[in-house]
Ligand binder design. Structure first.
Ligand code: FES
Length: 107
């Protein structure tokens, strides 16, 4: 996919209504893209506890619950929200350009 300064198209806005998430890739990285009340966030798709895919989990309020042991992350920050998760997940920058959602690695 085309990229400009690391920004890469990952979805169309219409693909992802509020309250939904989808698996995408940013470069080679597995990422979960989340629409939280109309605002888009992107986190690493791999749980920091063990090897689970967070896009198979569940959005509960403003947290993303892992499907494997019920640990959770704050969607806005990637910080741990409940045990057994203690290590944050990497977050990605997200922007909306017209009808397109773009993401980029931070830093
Ligand atoms: Fe995610 Fe254990 S693998 S909470």
């Amino acid at each position: 996919m085309a990229s400009e300064n690391g920004w890469q198209e990952v979805a169309k806005v219409d693909d992802l209504p509020p309250g939904q998430m989808m698996y995408v890739e940013v470069g080679e990285d597995p990422v979960v893209l989340i629409n939280l009340n109309g605002e888009f966030f992107a986190l690493s798709d791999i749980c920091t506890h063990q090897d689970a895919s967070l896009s198979d989990g569940e959005i509960i309020g403003d947290e993303l619950e892992c499907p494997l042991h019920g640990g959770a992350f704050e969607i806005r920050t990637g910080q741990p929200a409940s045990f057994p998760v203690v290590v944050p997940v990497e977050t990605y920058a997200v922007r909306v350009v017209g009808e397109t959602v773009e993401a980029a690695k931070r830093g």
